[in-house]
Design a protein around this ligand. Structure first.
Ligand code: NAP
Length: 279
């Protein structure tokens, strides 16, 4: 089975469109997402453009605040404080990466946890790991929804997460624990990654190495979620050798068309959740 992220994301956006319309009739207001973009990073510009497009598609208010790469840190922090106070704004996202002179941690910690649609604020990270209600980082949230397409009950499954970043690997680990999986977290110092993968019912690959996970790394019937987005001479590829893995896995996500489209749909879902809590 190929898990179709494009279709799943479109279904989620359709559902969000209905929820936004309901909120409009009950609250006489719609969720508002503000994205802050600093500099001219080409990939960031594309992501932000898509975020704006899909936010509008589901009926949300959406605004992008753009700053030149040499903007002073305090200008960005002051703007975040202003947005924190603005009742029309339910979600604030600062597009990463930021230029070196801006302290990413300070920026993340200035966003009100209740408006932190990326789920990066330490309060949300702590709540997620404590099993409390929190904003969940969009990419791992999207991976969870795709996993559920392949297998409804994940309880007792052995999941191997490749990568331990704050963005992907760590929050993914928490989500899998919440589903009662037994989780092995692997990283660049893991001794025998292939052996670890061969024990897995579920593999989440979030590494950044093209086609790292081969067909003979995967147990027959496993589910494989590929988070990787790697630019190569032959185009964009994931962290999984899709053609090889498709032959042995029960289900696998393609790249492109797998996890990628889910990330923005989950961002919109987080914005709706923040609106509901703030109102
Ligand atoms: P990251 O911060 O660079 O983290 C990579 C992780 O992989 C690290 O924990 C690293 O281990 C581990 N690693 C590196 N080499 C390894 C190896 N040979 N074996 C096992 N583990 C290894 O990356 P990230 O931000 O999580 O992103 C991972 C990938 O996902 C990238 O391709 C990125 O473009 C993609 N991505 C996709 C989406 C989406 O929407 N689909 C969103 C975000 C990111 P150490 O901790 O030991 O260094």
């Amino acid at each position: 089975m190929i898990i179709d992220g494009k279709k799943t994301a479109a279904e989620l956006r359709q559902e969000l469109k209905k929820r936004v319309a309901e909120l409009k009739s009950t609250h006489n207001a719609v969720p508002g997402l503000t994205v802050i973009l600093v500099g001219e990073d080409p990939a960031s510009k594309i992501y932000v453009k898509n975020k704006e497009k899909f936010a509008k598609e589901v009926g949300m208010n959406s605004e992008v605040i753009r700053y030149p790469a040499d903007v002073e840190e305090k200008v960005v922090l002051n703007k975040i404080n202003e947005l924190n106070e603005d009742k029309k704004i339910s979600g604030i996202l600062v597009q990463l990466p930021l230029p070196k002179h801006i302290d990413k941690r300070k920026v993340i910690e200035t966003i009100l946890p209740g408006k932190d649609v990326d789920g990066f604020h330490p309060m949300n990270v702590g709540n997620l790991s404590s099993g409390y209600d929190s904003s969940i980082p969009c990419t791992p949230l999207g991976c969870s929804l795709l996993l559920k397409k392949a297998e409804k009950n994940l309880s007792g499954k052995h999941a191997v997460v490749i990568g331990r970043s704050n963005l992907n690997g760590k929050p993914m680990t928490q989500l899998l624990l919440k589903e009662n999986c037994t989780v092995t977290v692997t990283h660049s110092k893991t001794k025998d990654l292939k052996a670890e993968c061969l024990r897995a019912d579920i593999i989440i690959a979030a590494v950044g190495i093209p086609k790292l996970v081969k067909g003979d790394w995967v147990k027959k019937g496993a589910i494989v979620i590929d988070v990787g987005i790697n630019k190569t001479d032959s185009g964009i590829v994931g962290d999984v050798d899709f053609d090889q893995v498709l032959k042995v896995a029960k289900a696998v996500t393609p790249v492109p068309g797998g996890v990628g489209p889910m990330t923005i749909a989950c961002l919109l879902s987080n914005t709706v959740e923040c609106f509901k809590k703030l109102n």
